[in-house]
Design a protein around this ligand. Structure first.
Ligand code: NAD
Length: 476
């Protein structure tokens, strides 16, 4: 590194620290914003996002050729709906949450107060850059925090437009967006934030948790994983095929909750594959490259990664049932269906995060449950079935962040549900009330109004006091 770039580096350091201090010093002012003030920030954010709707679409087309309709569906709508949900419920969320009082504490009143954590850091990925940056921001400001946002370096156009939005809506002592890559992220992680909300890969999630541990910052980790999809013999095959194609190939398969791979009961496996092919032709035509609704991979490294998975699968005995065409300069891979993928192949062990879809036949549900439970807990699991017995079995005998019955990925849109994984697929939950809680400390507020029964249990102890305690242990 030469002298001048060293100097640049130092200046960046100073800036980040200064921004941090400014937000930290302002945290109590923001925390004390009343309902009207917090709602007003949410209103301004909503209006500005709507004013920037075309600019956001334009940015995402530049970043990875994402279709304008998909931007509305997966970037604008989820954030606007998160804002509306927060505005509708904020009075209740911010208010006192009384809890009941045990008889032993008669004379007191208790409640929970959700106070802001303080200064929080939101690090987001590129695959839904707006939703996964501004969505958590909604929860963070609803909860009364000051915030630093660090979006992904992989989608620079989206980052630039979000920075414009943030600078228009928030004063710099409330919310700041800092663009940058891994180095910027590392510098931010060295600062003593009160909470870190990270969305990204499990690999980086571990780095985040390690850094947070140094300051004992709490974390929400929204990670990835391999979400399995099960289709049993009772399923409506046409419906399953349509919904799976939607959830798998939107965003060119670059979705954390995409059906990663399919287990289909062998008696309906040929019918399912034939139906998939039929709908793929109907949705994307003979050449998906020509279909404007089909996005591209975000960068060459993800393209090369997927080509490696595909080649590795073919080398290990898989065959291509549909698709397989690709173009390196365009970062294009056709929607591709594979069968015969070996359990040892990369495709069956790494998160696919792209338009490759292995279909694996199975015969027995118990055996399948056993296979599923040998893997890390996924972010979601999906079952297409009319059999209550099979649905119940999957719910009761397996684990995942979410489970969808007869659909895939759609649970993301219900903000009344917690969104997040478990262990390898994540820690903590996002969306609505769960997002508000993630950015809040549930503070116990206990108020002794009149003297209670425990008052008499102070030293010196005697037989009467012992009897009172015996009674409490036995009956209260
Ligand atoms: P990533 O983990 O590579 O990067 C995410 C963020 O972390 C980026 O802002 C990046 O700059 C930063 N980062 C990367 N390496 C870092 C390091 N060594 N130290 C500190 N910061 C670092 O993820 P990605 O490629 O942007 O996104 C894809 C991944 O995100 C997939 O695994 C996907 O499943 C997951 N994801 C999860 C959810 C969810 O809600 N659970 C949503 C979308 C994506």
């Amino acid at each position: 590194m030469n002298g001048s770039s060293l100097k640049d580096q130092k200046e960046v350091d100073i800036d980040i620290r200064q921004v941090f201090e400014q937000l930290k010093n302002n945290q109590f002012k923001v925390a004390n914003y009343d309902l009207r003030q917090r709602k007003s920030r949410l209103d301004q954010l909503q209006q500005t996002i709507l004013n920037f709707r075309e600019k956001i679409k334009d940015a995402l087309y530049r970043d990875f050729q994402k279709h304008a309709f998909e931007v509305d569906l997966t970037e604008i709508y989820p954030v606007i709906s998160e804002i509306k949900q927060a505005k509708r419920n904020l009075r209740r969320w911010m208010g006192h949450h009384p809890v009941s009082t045990p008889i032993s504490l008669l004379g007191s009143r208790s409640r929970i107060h959700y106070e802001p954590k303080g200064i929080v850091l939101i690090i987001s990925p590129w695959n839904f850059p707006v939703t996964l940056t501004l969505g958590p921001l909604v929860s963070a400001i609803a909860a009364g925090n000051t915030v630093i946002l660090k979006p992904s370096e992989q989608t620079p156009a989206a980052t630039a437009v979000m920075q414009e939005i943030i600078e228009l809506v928030f004063p710099p002592e409330e919310v700041v967006l800092i663009p940058g890559g891994v180095e910027t992220s590392r510098k931010l992680l060295s600062l003593p934030f009160n909470h870190i909300f990270f969305t990204g890969s499990s690999k980086v999630g571990k780095i985040i948790m390690e850094s947070a541990a140094k300051n004992l910052a709490s974390v929400t980790l929204e990670l990835g994983g391999k979400s399995p999809t099960i289709i049993d013999a009772s399923a409506n095959i046409r419906q399953a095929a349509r919904r799976i194609i939607w959830a798998k190939f939107i965003n060119c398969g670059q979705i954390c909750i995409a059906p990663d791979h399919i287990y289909v009961q062998e008696t309906v496996s040929r019918e399912f594959i034939a139906t998939l092919k039929q709908y793929l032709n109907q949705y994307f035509g003979n050449d998906a490259r020509e279909e404007p609704s089909y996005a591209r991979l975000v960068n060459h490294s993800h393209y090369e990664r997927l080509v490696e998975y595909l080649e590795n699968a073919l080398k290990n005995g898989a065959s291509i049932e549909y698709g397989g065409n690709m173009s390196q300069p365009e970062k294009y891979i056709e929607p591709t269906i594979l069968t015969g993928t070996s359990p040892e192949s990369l495709l069956m062990n790494e998160e696919i995060f792209g338009p490759l879809l292995p279909v694996i036949p199975f015969s027995d549900m118990d055996e399948l449950v056993h296979i599923l439970n040998k893997k890390e807990k996924p972010l979601a699991s999906y079952i297409y079935s009319k059999s209550n017995k099979n649905i119940k079995k999957l719910i009761e005998s397996t684990r995942s962040g979410a489970i969808c019955i007869n659909h895939s990925g759609i649970h993301f849109y219900n903000s009344n549900l917690p969104f997040g994984g478990s262990n390898f697929s994540g820690i903590g939950k996002a969306h609505g009330w769960f997002g508000f809680q993630a950015f809040s400390n549930a503070r116990a507020v206990y108020n002794q109004i009149i003297p209670g029964p425990l008052e008499i249990l102070i030293p010196p102890y005697n037989k009467i006091k012992q009897r009172v305690l015996d009674f409490a242990i036995k009956y209260l």
